[in-house]
Design a protein around this ligand. Structure first.
Ligand code: GDP
Ligand code: MG
Length: 441
């Protein structure tokens, strides 16, 4: 995936200025790349559409190409989809003994992950942990957990031959309660495919164990299949999160994207090797970076955006200090306000402007209004923006028509600009503005 996307964006970044059609065609290629990387079709569709919507509305930062901008937007959107709410690594282990049910296909890494998490809880959180294997099909699997337990210094439930999974779970619960354990891990039997009998067994175990967490362990190297597994387990058993294993391999990470989108459940941990310490909290940014493989471009755009904003603020400060405030300044202010969550947000920060903000809100100055005002300013010529005094009736009619609005609305804007310019002039003289803007930054 990284390679494919890399290729797409290579072409984009070298293309210089991009037309809208170029962006659309680039996203078509992104779509193909995601599909080839085994991200499921509905997820790809949804993802591409969202990126397209965002890209279309947003400006390209100075000194980056539109292609680079698209990289940043794709990257940000990937993070947004991948990131869950809250801290991914905070397992619910209150109300001891808290049961954590581990489910997933055979060979996905359940037993290994169980031991890794047990070790982590013991060492990082100082918890007393008990582990039990419910894998009655394969005695070797039960022994495997015992061996890992000895290795990491975590207790395992003694093996009793001939018990069913539910019986083992019941014994484990009792043992955990009596032994004063904080956490009980139930490592369920693997299955090669989704299988009714085994699914019923997991349901029965879940009903008895009432787990605080049910973690689905998925091999990060499986692609499209991972989605079916996630959907199936979430539907039948109900999962609270996903652990992606084998992310140390050269997997494409596509599974992470579609599982997150399909189940809506957070990816909590990532397995990065066979060693007992090789487990990490899920980091959406890192995984997004890996899926995209364009970290340097993302960093470049970020830097450019920061620089641009700093320059803009600096320029604005210099003008305000001189008491200058034309339509371009107002436009910048309006756009800033939209970004910062409305009038109150920005004006509230300037001393003496809180009242004005309140009045403006009372007068119905909301985000929609801000957008209309920006549209009006946009349809002014350069000269008009620099010198609003030029605006007499005919120019006003032209500007309002250009923005698809009434002249009355333009008059309101002009009045507002005059009021603000007056304030700026006063503050500029007193040097108060310099102070106020310094504080804002
Ligand atoms: P289970 O059948 O789901 O219990 O899977 P196991 O825990 O037995 O793991 C199957 C194999 O995958 C073992 O050889 C593990 O060492 C290996 N494994 C598990 N997690 C990881 C991982 O994150 N990275 C790598 N490279 N191997 C892993
Ligand atoms: Mg196992």
């Amino acid at each position: 995936l990284s390679e494919r996307l890399g290729g797409v964006f290579d072409r984009l970044t070298k293309a210089g200025a991009l037309s809208e059609a170029d962006v659309v065609s680039a996203l078509r290629e992104v779509r193909t790349a995601l599909l080839e990387a085994d991200v499921s079709l509905p997820v790809v569709r949804d993802f591409v559409k969202r990126v397209q919507d965002k890209a279309t509305g947003s400006a390209v930062t100075k000194s980056v190409t539109p292609g680079q901008m698209v990289v940043k937007i794709v990257h940000d959107e990937l993070i947004r989809v991948l990131a869950g709410e809250g801290e991914p690594d905070a397992l619910k282990i209150d109300n001891p003994p808290a049961t954590i049910l581990m489910v997933g296909l055979q060979g996905s890494g359940k037993t290994t992950t169980t031991a890794k998490l047990a070790k982590r809880l013991k060492e990082k959180n100082g918890k007393r942990v008990l582990m039990a294997s419910l894998d009655t099909n394969r005695p070797a699997a039960m022994e495997q957990l015992g061996i890992l337990g000895t290795q990491i210094g975590v207790d395992t439930l003694p093996i009793v031959k001939g018990e069913t999974a539910v019986q083992i779970a019941r014994r484990a619960k009792t043992q955990a309660a009596m032994g004063g354990y904080d956490v009980l891990f139930l490592d369920t039997a693997g299955r090669l495919h989704i299988d009714e009998v085994l699914m019923d067994e997991v349901q029965a175990v879940r009903d008895l164990a009432a787990p605080r967490e049910t973690l689905l362990v998925v091999d990060g190297l499986t692609g499209q299949d991972a989605v079916n597994v996630a959907r199936e387990f979430d539907g039948k058993v109900g999962i609270s999160g996903v652990v992606l294993t084998r992310m140390d391999g050269d997997g494409r990470g596509g599974a992470a994207l579609s599982m997150r989108a399909i189940t809506g459940k957070p990816i909590r941990f990532v397995g990065l090797g066979e060693k007992m310490d090789a487990i990490y909290s899920f980091d959406a940014e890192r995984v997004a970076g890996r899926i995209l493989g364009m970290g340097d471009i993302v960093a470049l755009v970020q830097k450019a955006q920061e620089t641009f904003e700093a320059e803009q603020a600096e320029r604005m400060m210099k003008r305000f200090q001189k008491g200058l405030f034309n339509m371009n300044d107002l436009k910048m202010q309006l756009e800033q306000m939209m970004k910062m969550g409305g009038m109150q947000g920005l004006m509230g920060m300037l001393p003496g402007m809180g009242n004005m903000a309140k009045k403006a809100e009372e007068a119905g100055l909301n985000d929609q209004m801000l957008r209309r005002q920006v549209a009006l300013i946009n349809s002014m010529t350069k000269k008009e923006r620099a010198n609003p005094d030029l605006l007499q009736a005919s120019r006003k009619r032209r500007i309002a028509a250009g923005a698809g609005l009434e002249v009355a609305e333009l008059n309101k804007l002009l009045k507002q600009h005059r009021q603000m310019a007056d304030v700026m002039k006063k503050m500029g003289k007193g040097g108060a503005m310099k102070q106020a803007i310094r504080q804002m930054m």
